[in-house]
Design a protein around this ligand. Structure first.
Ligand code: UDX
Length: 435
């Protein structure tokens, strides 16, 4: 099939590349000339495991192309994906200007029947708005489909190639059938393609993300309570997660969820509710608790250093909002760094992938170490913010040798309490006893 993808951000590029992998002829459109030129020359603009292999293979097979021309995009694809940003507006709602702007342009350029697929995360009712923006400009026949993505950063290629489910929301049988044909190769394992109306599909995405954010937040509150009463959240998690109604995943407490999806989507669903006269009390609480959780280590650090961390040095391991990505959007580490710098502390950081992004944000306010042990040199404590595999089994002798005193604040519960006691560290983690 011939497919065009408008927008080559993380979702658009993964979608375009993976659709080319099953033999479709894909044209990716972006307004950024520089980016398009680089991609044409074979440069992958984002870090995402396995993407580079697929990207190059499909460019070489002549199935993956790039252009800045929307006109060309409309000419090429029978199915046109919109994978455009929906950033958070000041009031927490999703800003639809990119999506609706593109829809208007499509209306001006469309010459024959197309299926316009909304892949961006958008509030309920956006498909209707997209349809209206297009039909205001044209009489040509077209259909709109809502096809939310459930891609995790760091696993996006895997998630796309082997999805647990595909959601297709459309009021048109013709468009639904085309979409089912496009996705058939990805669900050979028997996972379902779930078809529904547009609005239900749009809400499915928000409901899924808000539920997961709530699940994490609930565990963070249980962890905070464990600390007060002297329980161990690891044990509680194991005891709960074995109940198949609860499930083992997404029960890991820490210093809050971040990233480009959960924070934005929870706020957007909350705002959608408000706009429709419905108050999502539970989401209010999730937003509030997560904001507090990102800084949960700060009062303990203050207390440990008798409220005087001016001129103390902190090593930070992990800057990305989670492992296997260089994405620092809403990353808890950034909130911690800001608090430390505000108090006059010095901060030395290491992250396997995210340091260039942090450098752009903080510049010379931080020291960037070239490896995890270098960050420890003459630091008064280590703070773990992201659970990269490389941090899981460190050489504790080198930790003791590098740090001024053996002190660790662990926001991701990487280490075993007994081992830390044996190794002689002051060790403070989330929802567990402090050594
Ligand atoms: C998420 C959804 O999983 C994906 O389906 C959606 O399409 C986009 O948003 P992503 O943001 O890439 O994906 O990350 P995810 O792996 O879901 O983690 C989100 C955040 O939750 C991270 O900050 C992570 O550290 C945190 N988290 C996750 C926890 O704190 N505890 C957990 O148990 C799981």
């Amino acid at each position: 099939m011939k497919v065009s993808v408008i927008g080559t951000g993380y979702v658009g590029l993964v979608t375009g590349t993976c659709l080319a992998e099953t033999g479709n002829d894909v044209l990716c459109i972006d307004i950024d000339e520089n980016k398009v030129q680089k991609m044409t020359q074979g440069e992958v603009p984002i870090y995402e495991p396995h993407l580079d292999v697929l990207f190059h293979r499909n460019i070489n097979a002549n199935r993956l192309h790039f252009s800045t021309s929307l006109d060309e995009g409309l000419e090429h694809g029978d199915i046109i994906f919109l994978a455009l940003p929906t950033p958070e507006d000041e009031d927490g709602s999703a800003d639809l200007s990119y999506v609706l702007g593109a829809a208007k342009e499509i209306g001006k350029l469309i010459k024959d029947y197309k299926v316009i697929v909304d892949k961006s995360t958008v509030p309920v009712g956006t498909s209707e708005k997209v349809r209206e923006a297009i039909s205001n400009e044209t009489n040509v026949d077209f259909d709109v489909v809502s096809n939310p993505e459930f891609l995790r950063e760091g696993f996006a290629v895997d998630d796309f190639l082997k999805p647990e489910r595909i959601v297709i929301g459309s009021n048109s049988e013709k468009a639904t059938a085309l979409m089912e044909k496009l996705y058939k190769p990805f669900v050979r394992s028997g996972n379902p393609i779930i078809t529904m109306d547009e609005k239900s599909a749009e809400l499915t995405k928000y409901a899924a993300n808000a539920f997961l954010a709530t699940k994490i937040t609930f565990m963070n509150e249980i962890a905070n309570f464990c600390e007060i009463v002297g329980a161990d959240v690891d044990k509680v998690r194991a005891g709960m997660g074995t109940d198949s109604r609860i499930g083992k995943r997404f029960l890991f407490p820490g210093i809050g969820y971040g990233g480009s999806c959960f924070p934005k989507d929870v706020k957007a669903l909350h705002k959608s509710g408000k706009d429709a006269g419905y108050e999502f009390d539970i989401l209010n609480a999730v937003i509030k608790v997560n904001d507090l959780q990102k800084k949960v280590l700060i009062p303990r650090i203050d207390a440990y250093f008798n409220n005087d961390i001016k001129d103390k040095t902190f090593a930070i391991w992990g800057l990305a909002f989670k492992p296997e990505t260089d994405d620092i959007r809403e990353a808890p580490a950034l909130y911690i760094i800001e608090e430390l710098l505000n108090r006059g502390a010095k901060v030395k950081v290491f992250d396997p992938e995210a340091m260039p992004n942090v450098k752009r944000k903080f510049g010379n306010d931080l020291t960037f170490a070239s490896n995890m042990y270098e960050a420890l040199e003459s630091a008064d404590a280590l703070i773990v913010c992201t659970e990269w595999s490389i941090f899981r089994t460190p050489d504790f002798d080198r930790l003791r040798a590098g740090l001024n005193s053996p002190t660790i604040f662990d926001g991701r519960n990487l280490y075993d309490l007994k081992e830390m006691e044996k190794e002689g560290f002051y060790y403070s983690s989330i929802g567990r006893k402090t050594n």
